[in-house]
Design a protein around this ligand. Sequence first.
Ligand code: UT7
Length: 329
Amino acid sequence: MKRPTAYLAGIGKYAPTRILKNADFAAMGIDTTDEWIVQRTGIRERHIADATETNTSMSERAARIAMERAGVQAGEIDVIVLGTASPDRLLPATAVELQAALGAKRAAAFDVMAACSSFLYGLIVAEGLMQSGAAETCLVVGTEKLSSIVDWKDRSTCVLFGDGAGAAILKRSRGGRGILSTFFRSDGTLAELLWRPGGGAALPFDEQVLQDRSFYIKMEGREVFRHAVRSMTEATDRALDGAKLTGADIDLLIPHQANMRIIEATAKHAAIPMEKVFVNVDRYGNTSSASVAIALEEAQASGRITDGMNVLLVAFGAGFTWASLVIRF
Ligand code: UT7
């Protein structure tokens, strides 16, 4: 196990106040039931941004809370790494809009696009920049306005996703706490199982894209499910190995919140009992890049994480991408 370079000095989150419950889909003309959604996913409700809320505004609110908790001013931030699959614009990066909103004048700001693994990828990138000496204080954000990119006519996806943002300030470690191990991988051969085929440079936005609705999220749910379980179990093993720990040493597992059945399978594989697993998929749905960040904030704010605890983060998403970290708080 290496000596930790970076620790999470402050964590914040923001979720839109508007809540969409499973029962509300019927009134929207979507052929689904509360029973189907709860049984297949564990989701009961999700937060949905209003027209005025953007990734920039949501992540600004999350970041300001993280900064206050870490005692960090905007001018002290060296790097902003923002993960999102639903950027406010295709150009420039949402990270620079956040930088401007925060007034983080010294920062270099850029987006990472690793779908649901983005927040974990962001932590790993930021830690690497701190190890190299390029940065001392980093802001890592996961944010999504997925309601703007889901197809509200496709019941197999629109019931799954939600909006929100989470943020963490990374500072240089002291006293052995911080990121103990990291692992990340990708497999681009499987990209078409979960993607937005149209609207980018390969298939620019035009009448056809509009007609095919190919700029919205398309997912082969059952196949994605299979890969999610396999990859998240691999990732938990690799992060535990890296930290020279076993499931028994983990005080809290915070997995990506996509589906209760995937969460249970991941915990079972790592021999971590469900009492040591943080779950909020019932109240947020799948918020992709924001998922683990929001869960981390809720776990800490509710007292589930205390000093000295070993916390395992694990995620899987479009790409495919998967990642994990063990962090000592
Ligand atoms: O975040 C990144 C990664 N994403 C994930 O991890 C998601 C992984 N996948 C999943 O969580 C699950 O595959 C889903 C929740 C998306 C779907 O659950 P499933 O048990 O795999 O169901 P399915 O896609 O195989 O569909 C079963 C049936 C189908 O009907 P038939 O063909 O059996 O008659 C669907 O048409 O359920 C139907 N169905 C629905 N019924 C009611 C699909 N969506 C709905 C719906 N309401 N919303």
